[in-house]
Ligand binder design. Structure first.
Ligand code: GZL
Length: 311
């Protein structure tokens, strides 16, 4: 018997009349914008009344939004947590109010009984796939790497770094010579890449590992402005599989990306509907699939398929 309030769902709320609060991080990247678009579509499909709150990437705004949802007495909360720590108090308040919380695309360092489930990719695996791609591409040749990290303290920034370093460990030809956050944005990706080029010298940089495509797209601009060829002089591997990285690969200006589905809400809302319908408690982690795309794929076809999905 699972102890705790979470095990006995209030089976009164039916799908048709569900009100769900969604605390979204912001719109820092094309992927994030697509996740917002898809989440609203998935709620609409299910006749769910979605209360949307954009936090402009500030944790305090997310905590305020959660407290507002609790005060409104929503049936459930979706939370994409901008950073991994600092959630215990507000998640306790949601639990006390018997409002289940589902995490989207990022995780939190909090006791597992404070959220119903987390719908995310395997972020460490994504980093490993990126690292392994570079191990294979370098083929034993010396390759100094610069790294654009995601938002400091976020689970993707932590886990994607861990996975990448695991994959390149033991390959002495590969070394990360500079690593700094670009906060998952194009503008910061460009600015930080400019500083890497100045500090290291473009001719000494063999590859860029960016924790998301938007920072890679910004970095591509900086590499071009430095008179170098992105995708050739400096190899580029990143994560998300947004349309613009496929356009870059089609032009030979980027080399690999790992796909992150923007549809975390579908599995999240399915789990919540079942939970409310018959009390079934979902697994703590609902994992979404990752897929590697490279220069060799038909990137224009992927771009055409993705370009109208809300990125
Ligand atoms: C990863 C997700 C990241 C995306 C970025 O699961 O949280 O946040 O990779 C976005 O594009 O900013």
């Amino acid at each position: 018997l699972i102890a705790g309030a979470m095990a006995f769902a209030p089976v009164t709320a039916m799908a048709a009349d569900l009100t769900i609060g969604f605390s979204q991080i912001g719109s820092e990247s094309g992927w994030r914008a697509a996740e917002t678009t898809v989440t609203k579509q998935e709620a609409e499909k299910r006749g769910i009344d979605l209360k949307f709150a954009d936090a402009q990437q500030k944790q305090e705004n997310q905590i305020k939004a959660l407290r507002s949802f609790i005060a409104q007495g929503v049936d459930a909360i979706l939370l994409a947590p901008v950073v991994a720590t600092g959630w215990d108090d507000v998640l306790e308040e949601a639990k006390d109010a018997e409002i289940p919380v589902v995490l989207l695309d990022r995780t939190v360092d909090a006791p597992e009984d404070l959220y119903l489930t987390a719908v995310t990719s395997d972020l460490v695996h994504e980093g490993r796939v990126a690292g392994q791609w570079l191990v294979d591409d370098a083929a034993g040749e010396k390759c100094d790497i610069v790294e654009l990290q995601g938002t400091t303290g976020s689970s993707p920034a932590i886990d994607r770094k861990t996975g990448f370093e695991e994959a390149i460990a033991g390959h002495d030809n590969l070394e990360i010579v500079r690593s700094q956050t670009g906060d998952f944005t194009r503008s910061q990706g460009k600015v930080v890449m400019e500083s890497f080029l100045k500090a290291v010298g473009g001719e000494n940089i063999c590859a860029l590992y960016a924790h998301n495509d938007d920072m890679a797209v910004g970095a591509i601009q900086a590499i071009k402005e430095a008179g170098l060829k992105p995708g050739e002089d400096i190899k580029i591997v990143s994560i998300d599989s947004v349309p613009d990285i496929h356009l870059a690969m089609a032009n030979g200006e980027a080399n690999a990306t790992i796909e992150l589905t923007p549809n975390m809400a579908g599995p999240a809302l399915d789990a919540l509907e079942t939970y409310f319908a018959d009390g079934t408690v979902p697994p703590k982690w609902i994992q979404t699939e990752s897929k590697l795309y490279t220069l060799e794929d038909d990137n224009m076809a992927v771009y055409e398929m993705k370009k109208d999905l809300g990125y």
